[in-house]
Design a binder for this molecule. Structure first.
Ligand code: HAM
Length: 426
């Protein structure tokens, strides 16, 4: 027999992961429903990809020096010796699925959305988990029209608004293209070369591997140094500037407020040109984030520029709960069926099916026998009406409708019970 201590350590969810319990499901369902409505409105079709993908897919697309690949990728080793990664994000799998399934045949641009669990071996803290869920939007096309950047931003922003999240703050930047980013990289290296000693350990490493990430460091010394660093917006090429200007013009057209943040860079390497994050008041963590990825699909084998965003589901839930936003509303009133005796218990089963065919929601506790216990359960469920089905009623093909508030009761023929309930529930 397992010891008490051993048993205890089994009954614990893995670090950074959590259960989504029955009482939380209505909110999760509602968020999914609003997501579908928003996605349908903006013409995004749903796509699902496997939770496991080849490790190399992420290594090649997210960047070998990105935090996700260096420290956070979770790998599952099969018995045959092959290694698969638990997906840390949804964009690379969609790029893979786009190429593999020849999705360009579905038209240009192709707008896709998805929702599901992602995995990163992070240090768990508020708003940062090892298993979390994302809602994502991607637009893949054969050209990199800035209208698509605006459409992805508008869709993500509107979804947050549809979820009644206010005080949104959209931060935007351009990180340039293959032509102008090396110029900026050189400028950064020149600027930091004499300051290496003042940088934190992580940044000293980044300086060699991925200097753009220096702009993202939260270390106090590094923040001070960053303030004097060269501006990416002054360095990007004419095409990138034109692209950014167009995106801003489109956002202004729909009066979507934004802040240009020249220090905004992203943790994944596949981005080019537009990058953005959406925050809400009082939260240091981004609710949504994304950007353009003109080279991602090309790196994987097919030229097709794209742009997308992902929203953190858990972060949404946390904001909605902490702000007391009422999204779910009151549940539809339900009728509670109470039975007394064996005959009524049997007949109750077909009665439930009849009520279902009439479009009525019905609750029961057929496993309980005492009237008191069943009335208590009806009360607890907040039922406004209950049906009392006793031995005599089962013989006479009738049933009692009881108003749970007033206690008033009426006996009706079994055949007419659905109509009688509908009348009362109005
Ligand atoms: P990301 O910034 O890594 O981008 O994640 C997007 C969002 O997912 C974050 O803003 C946050 O809300 C949520 N998130 C990320 N990591 C965690 C975590 N450990 N715990 C809880 N929530 C988290 C991407 O994943 C890109 N694929 C977004 C994208 C789509 N870019 C283009 N298309």
């Amino acid at each position: 027999m397992a010891s008490k201590k051993a048993k205890k350590s089994i009954i614990i969810v893995p670090k950074g992961m959590h259960d989504i319990l029955p009482d939380e499901q209505p909110l999760w369902d509602k968020i999914r429903k609003v997501t579908k409505e928003t996605a349908d409105f903006y013409n995004f079709s749903k796509i699902e990809t496997p939770i496991l993908e080849r490790v190399e897919l992420f290594e090649r697309s997210l960047g070998e020096t990105s935090d996700v690949i260096e420290k956070q990728i979770l790998v599952v080793r099969g018995k045959g010796g092959d290694s698969l990664a638990l997906r840390p994000e949804g964009t690379a799998p969609i790029a893979r699925a786009y190429i593999e399934n020849g999705l360009s045949r579905l038209g240009q641009p192709l707008k896709l959305y998805y929702e599901g669990p992602m995995f990163r071996h992070e240090q768990p803290q508020a708003g940062r988990f090892r298993q979390f869920h994302q809602i994502g939007f991607e637009i893949i096309s054969n050209d990199s029209d800035p209208i698509y950047d605006a459409q992805v931003i508008i869709t993500s922003y509107r979804l947050l608004q549809d979820l009644k999240i206010k005080e949104l703050n959209l931060q935007l930047n351009s990180i340039g293209c293959a032509k102008c980013r090396p110029v900026f990289r050189k400028k950064l290296l020149e600027y930091y070369s004499s300051k290496e000693k003042s940088l934190c350990g992580d940044c000293r490493r980044r300086l060699r591997l991925n200097p753009l990430r220096l702009l993202d460091c939260k270390n106090e010394n590094c923040i001070v140094l960053k303030k004097e660093s060269p501006s990416i917006l002054d360095t990007i090429c004419y095409d990138c500037k034109k692209h950014l200007k167009k995106v801003l013009e489109f956002l202004e057209e729909v009066k979507l407020p934004y802040t240009l943040n020249q220090y905004l860079v992203r943790g994944l390497d596949y981005y080019s040109k537009t990058v953005f994050e959406i925050f809400t008041e009082g939260s240091g963590l981004a609710l949504a984030a994304g950007g353009r990825y003109d080279y991602l699909l090309e790196m994987l084998g097919k030229y097709a520029p794209g742009v997308g965003a992902a929203i953190g589901f858990e972060r949404l839930v946390e904001i909605i709960k902490s702000r007391g936003i009422n999204l779910v509303g009151r549940p539809k009133p339900k009728v509670f069926l109470i039975h007394i005796g064996d005959l009524a218990k049997v007949k109750a089963l077909s009665l439930i099916e009849t009520l279902r065919e009439s479009g009525l929601d019905v609750l029961e506790s057929l496993g309980k026998e005492s009237l008191r216990a069943q009335l208590k359960a009806a009360d607890k469920a907040g039922s406004v009406l209950s049906l009392i089905f006793g031995q005599q009623e089962a013989f006479e093909q009738s049933i009692i409708i009881r108003d749970m508030k007033t206690g008033a009761q009426e006996t009706v023929p079994l055949k007419k019970v659905a109509d009688a309930l509908k009348r009362r529930m109005k």
